[in-house]
Design a protein around this ligand. Structure first.
Ligand code: CP
Length: 318
């Protein structure tokens, strides 16, 4: 199968063939990253701009490293020192980079739909756009790196999406405000996993059942027999009402710890996309326990996955 997609804006309409190709290409780049010289020339002479209007550590840095690994020239836009502060619009900012000859824009914004708007505007110029997280909507590259991480945990030599068929994956936390939850939900369900969402009713509305997930308001019932558990951050910056009594109470009812993981399948692993509120979503002991935690692997995979996607969008051969 050849790669057809011009922009990566969300996973809702990703096909099984696309997931397979992305995982296969990511696996190849894991091999490239293990080499002493991990630079490849695919994007040589091309400009990639990290257009982040919202803060980030993992996504921005790994896109920068990935683009540099493919020999691109990388610019990191800083909204605080940009002409946005003088009233320039987001679209005029994107168009300014297009006029400089940019090939790929990586966009993060607190409002859903901004990467889509930019993609619509710059598409006719042949510029490619990645959604690096838009509000509560989607975070497709996080969903894809999580997918690879899960499949790699099941078979490190051949991480294929079909490995997730019938596996129980629990996502616990602030689902309501989470773009990671939505992207993971689309990806996991398309690959045949059973997705269970857990958290207080204020953060996990029953409406998520309409998207095919099973909703739980008690963590213990959700965790029973789970193969993977993904904790999500309590997004205090997006919560403008009193949706939980306190962080302490949240931790008591929904925080992950070693004891709670004993309810899961014996092989259970846990993930967190980060950033993490230690001892809120998960205890520090569990977070730092390499027997259970895939957090570091998620970050490492993020680099290979973003190299793979930049490679595919940049015209590299599947
Ligand atoms: N997981 C994630 O998107 O992290 P950052 O906000 O640090 O990019």
């Amino acid at each position: 199968m050849g790669w057809q997609r011009r922009h990566i804006l969300g996973l809702r309409d990703f096909t099984p063939e696309e997931y397979e190709l992305v995982l296969k290409t990511t696996h190849t780049f894991q091999g490239v990253l293990a080499r002493q010289n991990w630079k490849v020339p695919t994007l040589s002479g091309k400009i990639v701009v990290n257009l982040f209007f919202e803060s980030s550590t993992r996504t921005r840095s790994s896109f920068e490293l990935a683009a540099k690994g493919l020999s691109a020239d990388v610019l990191n836009f800083d909204p605080g020192t940009s002409s946005l502060t003088k009233g320039e619009t987001i679209l005029d900012t994107a168009r300014t980079y297009c006029a400089m000859g940019v090939a790929i824009l990586i966009v993060r914004h607190r409002e859903p739909g901004v990467p889509h708007l930019i993609a619509q505007d710059v598409d006719r110029r042949g510029v490619r756009v990645f959604n690096a997280g838009d509000g509560q909507h989607e975070h497709p590259t996080q969903g894809l790196l999580d997918l690879y991480t899960l499949c790699h945990a099941l078979n490190p030599d051949a991480p294929h999406p079909s490995l997730l068929e019938g596996k129980k994956v629990v996502i616990v936390g602030d689902i309501l405000h989470s773009r990671v939850a939505r992207s993971n939900l689309w990806a996991l369900q398309r690959c045949g996993a059973q997705v269970h969402l857990a958290g207080p009713a204020t953060l996990v509305p029953k409406g998520f059942t309409e998207l095919g997930a099973t909703v739980h308001h008690r963590l213990d019932t959700a965790l029973s027999g789970a193969h993977f558990v993904m904790a999500l951050r309590i997004q205090q910056e997006r919560i403008d009402q009193q949706l939980i009594p306190s962080l302490r109470e949240y931790h008591r009812l929904f925080g992950l710890n070693h004891e709670r993981l004993r309810l899961c399948a014996p092989s259970v692993k846990f993930l967190h996309p980060g950033p993490t509120n230690r001892d809120v979503e998960v205890t520090s002991e569990l977070m730092d326990d390499p027997d259970f935690s895939l957090i570091d692997r998620q970050v490492t995979t993020g680099l290979a996955l973003r190299m793979a996607l930049l490679y595919l969008l940049g015209g590299g051969k599947p």
